[in-house]
Design a protein around this ligand. Structure first.
Ligand SMILES: Cc1cc2nc3c(=O)[nH]c(=O)nc-3n(C[C@H](O)[C@H](O)[C@H](O)COP(=O)(O)O)c2cc1C
Length: 211
């Protein structure tokens, strides 16, 4: 079968204006819980797109680690490519695809670092090897070989032993503060449902977009 022949007709659900909560964070939480119940693989995996100040984009998957009225939180190495791009251009897009439910959620907004207290609380909840790993990897920098990384890991494992492992200065969370959130439900014949929220004068405004 050629790639061009791969297609799927979406039949499972519909999305009406009345189905969607007036608060998009409430709606996101409902859909997220449904993705968990449907046993979607890694339901908190999301594509994060950033861009340089002159608009050259890059995208990668990261894990959502918290959501509330303030926004969507993920954790990473502040020295990474995404970290550098966010320092110079603090806005981002997030995109979830929950194939089993034929759903997509898109989020755009400004990005800010979470507090050191919040980052530390999450960092200390991670398994020991992940905490040691954060000291070992300088994310997105060029490595001469795998062996160099493993030698750094062995040195850090010896340095920290069974812990404690402090939060590295270069590691922590970002919060995407949403300005737009779109809920997309696949429908037959490519006539999908799209309900978009936009923040206007501090209030969420809901509207339907053409598929
Ligand atoms: C399922 C999955 C989850 C991931 N979660 C994270 C994450 O939470 N934080 C992170 O920094 N990288 C995560 N990564 C790795 C990133 O996709 C990426 O390789 C890394 O962050 C470096 O990106 P950058 O060079 O654009 O900064 C994940 C990758 C996958 C496939």
């Amino acid at each position: 079968m050629s790639i061009a022949d791969i297609r799927k007709d979406y039949q499972r659900h519909a999305l009406t204006e009345a189905d969607v909560a007036d608060d998009p964070i409430v709606q996101f939480t409902t859909w997220f819980d449904e993705a968990v119940s449907a046993q979607v693989v890694e339901p908190n995996a999301m594509c994060l797109a950033t861009a340089t100040p002159d608009a050259y984009p890059s995208a990668r998957i990261v894990l959502l680690k918290g959501v509330d009225q303030r926004g969507f939180v993920f954790y990473t190495d502040y020295r990474s490519r995404k970290g550098t791009e966010l320092a110079d251009n603090p806005c981002a897009s997030l995109c979830f695809f929950w194939a089993e439910l034929e759903r997509q959620v898109r989020i755009n907004g400004a990005v800010q670092r979470v507090s050191r207290t919040e980052s530390d609380e999450y960092f200390q909840s991670r398994p020991l090897p992940s905490r040691v790993g954060a000291w070992t990897s300088s994310q997105s920098s060029v490595l001469p070989s795998r062996e160099v990384l493993e030698a750094q890991l062995a040195a850090n494992a010896e340095r920290f032993g069974d812990g404690p492992v402090p939060l590295p200065d270069h590691w922590g969370g970002y919060r995407v503060v949403p300005e737009e959130i779109e809920f997309w439900q696949g429908r037959p014949s490519r006539l999908h449902d799209r309900i978009q929220f936009r923040k206007e004068s501090g209030r969420w405004v809901k509207r339907r977009l053409s598929p």
